[in-house]
Write a protein that binds this ligand. Structure first.
Ligand code: DGY
Length: 339
């Protein structure tokens, strides 16, 4: 009998690669062997006959791929918390299970959220750029040099209030923010999962918002942390920016298309808001040096590195392989999406 085939669209990190290779005797392992993202044509070709596929967030999992794989496919394991690159309905139709890595990257992304808030408020990117360009001698210290709003006393508004958003709030409490408000798919209703028991224990109000407008108009810091769905695409656009406070900053650690980039550029250009801190942006990674967002001194943009701590990436890799193997044998995954 032939061995079940698994396809992996990246070389993995030490421990995860070892766990995978330990199964060489019982599995046919086909792995993309380059630092560049896996080519679609290679994936479609090699998926044929696969029982499991381990994908990155840059690989689209849709009917085309599932059809190319064939009816024996049992599991997709995604090396990510976000699953917007995966057509869930197509998996459900074929009874294919879906593994993902929602828990192990929470701290890393929450840490980055705080970094982006501070960078945006305290003009970190703009200040560094001036020093790097040799402009420090022309800007000696003075009382208003590079001043920005402070985090203490802020109202922080969350678009999406899942595990990562809540872990970010947990960190922000130490900065003595004043209040938190959040919008979920059920406006005005208390959040279902209070992952760190913050709502009951924090000594500031943490309240559900009635609308995106309320988040825009009452927040000093807006954090985009929701999943990308047809409902959240361009949730933050011209109208939203118009309602924001002039000294407010917007942070995106979720998915680029939740913010309309053209509207953001305009809002920054016209000083409708103070700044932005982005880990993600529409059309990433195809952001060339002449992109208008990069002309905005008060926008800090980093290349989707939210989960990029060494420890987190190792854990994501290991959990993805464990999910893949569990899916092959019908066992319980570390984390599985209910389809
Ligand atoms: C994910 O896993 O979906 C994150 O965007 C990676 O940082």
């Amino acid at each position: 009998m032939s061995k079940p085939k698994v396809v992996v669209t990246r070389q993995l990190i030490d421990e995860a690669q070892r766990i995978l290779e330990d199964r060489k005797g019982e599995l046919e392992i086909v792995q993309w062997n380059s630092e560049k993202p896996c080519e679609r044509a290679w994936l479609l070709e090699n998926a044929k006959g696969a029982t499991g596929i381990l994908v990155m967030l840059s690989d689209q999992v849709n009917d085309e791929l599932l059809q190319a794989a064939g009816d024996q496919l049992k599991v997709i394991a995604s090396f990510s918390v976000g699953t917007d690159h995966i057509e869930r309905a197509a998996l459900k139709k074929r009874n294919v299970r879906l593994g993902y890595t929602p828990t192990c990257l929470t701290d890393a992304v929450a840490d980055l959220t705080v970094m982006l808030i501070l960078m945006a408020q305290r003009r970190g990117g703009e200040s560094m750029a001036k020093v790097i360009k040799g402009e420090w001698p022309q800007m000696p210290w003075h009382p208003l040099l590079m001043t920005g709003p402070q985090i203490r006393g802020c109202t922080v508004g969350f678009l999406g209030f899942g595990r990562i958003a809540q872990a970010s709030l947990q960190r922000l409490l130490a900065f003595r923010i004043k209040r938190a408000i959040y919008l979920t798919s059920k406006p005005g209703q208390p959040v279902k999962e209070d992952h760190f028991n913050l709502v009951k224990t924090a000594n500031i109000p943490i309240e559900p918002a009635q609308s995106a407008d309320q988040i825009a108009s009452e927040s000093d810091v807006v954090i985009v942390g929701c999943a990308l769905t047809p409902d959240t695409k361009h949730l933050v656009s011209t109208d939203f920016f118009k309602k924001m406070k002039k000294l407010a900053v917007i942070i995106n650690i979720a998915r680029g298309p939740v913010i309309d980039t053209d509207a953001l550029v305009k809002a920054l250009d016209q000083d409708q808001i103070f700044g932005a801190g982005l880990d993600v942006i529409e059309n990433e990674p195809n952001i060339q040096a002449d992109h208008p967002i990069l002309k905005q001194p008060r926008c800090v943009l980093v290349p989707h590195i939210g989960s990029a701590t060494i420890e987190t990436r190792e854990q994501m890799a290991t959990e993805s392989v464990e999910n893949l193997l569990a899916g092959l044998t019908g066992k319980e995954m570390v984390n599985e999406v209910e389809l």
